[in-house]
Design a protein around this ligand. Sequence first.
Ligand code: NAD
Ligand code: TYD
Length: 354
Amino acid sequence: MNSCHLITGGAGFIGSCHVLQTRASGTPVVTLDKLTYSGNLANLASLAGDADHVFVQGDIGNSELVAHLLRTHRPSAVINFAAESHVDRSILDPEAFVRTNVLGTTALLRCVLAYWRSLKEEEQRRFRFLHVSTDEVFGSLGPEEPAFTEHTPYAPNSPYAASKAASDHLVRAFHETYGLPVLLTNCSNNYGPRQFPEKLIPLLVRNALDRAPLPIYGTGQNVRDWLHVEDHCAAIARVLEAGTPGRSYNIGGRAERNNLDVARAVCAILDEERPHADGPYADLIRFVTDRPGHDWRYAMNCDRIERELGWRPRHSFDSGLRDTVRWYLNNGDWLEAVQSGAYRQWLETNYAGR
Ligand code: NAD
Ligand code: TYD
């Protein structure tokens, strides 16, 4: 395989979008994914029969497997999406987040370092390790505070954010200590096709279609910045291509919305696309007990990636959200298939008695 990319977590929501975009650009891909509850091979179904895509089920913490894949496929880049990714789950089971996000990432880094050291000088110069991270490492903003920059000190509040912050620090340390050519991206909330329906937007669509309550934590005034997943992956590709090793890049949509407004927007689209005789979908919105430690607001200052790398999002939130809701309406089989017994158990654990 010529100059391939090793993409970890490539069967998840964002990773699968990146695998598809990378293959569309012509670069061969090896996908490594443990296929946890949120990993789904159906996300890569369109690559069936593609000789330049190899899928391997496995853990980023399995050093023997990772070393074998690196030796065999000799990638010119490793992009790490693999993670436990849901804040509410991290509140109930923090250790799982430490295992994959901290220990798994560290094991991956060690394997990648050994591989990088084995490369010829020219290959070493071209190689990149890109770690995909989140705006949540920066903590929470008040309503009027300026957006996070790459220089904002880390202040993670949830076990998820703390585990991602720890992994970011390790990535940076591998650059400072060993000279590994790393890149870091910190992105805001993603939305789009193939997002596991534990996250806000697909959960709202799924519940609305079932005429189930639409749970909004607290007052619904918490603010997130939303970015379409395809724009996130395009930004990652641009950072890989032209980012400076050792640097981090903020990625965001300049689309701050409070959760209640997002829920109302989803309902309004559903009213148009799939009107229901019982009345508007917004009637299903219910305020429920808040998430403990719920960050109030995230906002990203993306000047660096815009100025240095010329990246800009292509999707507006309004049209991107409509396309996304339509995708879930048109892919009822996908939505049905991911709702296993474990998924229903999660809904019971997180929402019953809230
Ligand atoms: P996801 O939960 O949909 O996907 C995670 C994938 O990683 C799954 O396919 C899962 O099977 C795989 N995985 C988990 N543990 C693994 C392990 N130990 N070894 C190998 N594979 C493993 O999550 P996502 O939303 O696609 O997020 C991907 C990355 O992007 C994460 O690192 C997350 O922190 C980051 N991120 C997400 C968002 C967002 O809004 N979803 C925003 C910014 C950054
Ligand atoms: P989520 O999609 O879990 O992403 P994150 O916590 O990483 O931002 O949640 C987005 C926002 O929506 C967050 O402020 C929590 C809120 N939320 C609800 O109000 N109800 C829900 O059922 C969920 C899952 C999230």
